[in-house]
Design a binder for this molecule. Sequence first.
Ligand SMILES: [Zn+2]
Length: 310
Amino acid sequence: MSTQLALEDDPRLIRLTDEVYVFGTYPYSGLVVTDEGCIAIDGPMSPNICAPWKEFIDAKGPLRYQVYCEHHSDHTISAPYLQPEVLVSSETTRGVMDTDEVAREAMRTWGAYPDVDSAVIDGYRMAYPTLTYRGRLNLELGGKRFTLFEAPGHTMGSTVVHAIDDRVAFIADLGATPAIQSGDPVAWLTTIALLETLDVDWYVQGHMDPMRREDLHEWRLALLGALDTARERDREGLTPDQIVAQGGVFDVAKILGGKTFLGRDDIPPGLLTFGAGALQAIGAERMSEAVHRHPTDSLSAALGPVSTQE
Ligand SMILES: [Zn+2]
């Protein structure tokens, strides 16, 4: 009898190289394997979906590090299930992470999965980073180099994990998503310009399949287009609520349409309604704040978080 490896035939498992894997769930979760163990980047929001990912990781080696790339609840649920030796985030992210009760509330509302037992949620306790950094953090594991750096934009404390020797950058939600509710468009555009200069083959993002540099370039232009739209709406005198009523500043169909998206079925059902309402409204406010500042006054991570729990 042969033993089936976890996720072996799962279409959501993307193998970028023999030592770099992406689990295309919600959110997309990364893994780099070395001779001395593994580094996980983010992890699934659903406790039930964490289980096969944990099994897959264990088959590849001990989980030495896990990196939380941002504070949003969908990125910060998994560590109690994946059980890394060391959990890493930026100091800015650590400062705005959920409390236990806020995390449970997210798991009961917009992030609810019908197959997750309510007792699991009632007993859920956050795991907090045991290693935080500001600016940049260089790690070496199994002879491979990793540079983690603060990359403000989607959130002000967002972390990029540059797996230098594997030629992959894990950029989480700095990739294509209209969710700008905790971020700043100018910081985001500046960060993307930096990401374009990395010497990598792949950019692994949080809510869509891994990108090439051309895709990142296209996304940067879409984000710039959204900033232009925000300026036009502002000149017309529209309030953020009126902007949302007109469909917001992002052309979501254009950003997300026509691309493969393995994780689509793993999006918690409540997010789609929540995303259409509250997130868009806060996002429109962030965009109109940004158009009232000169770009040189754009917020940077050094100034600390402007993020809210949303
Ligand atoms: Zn996010």
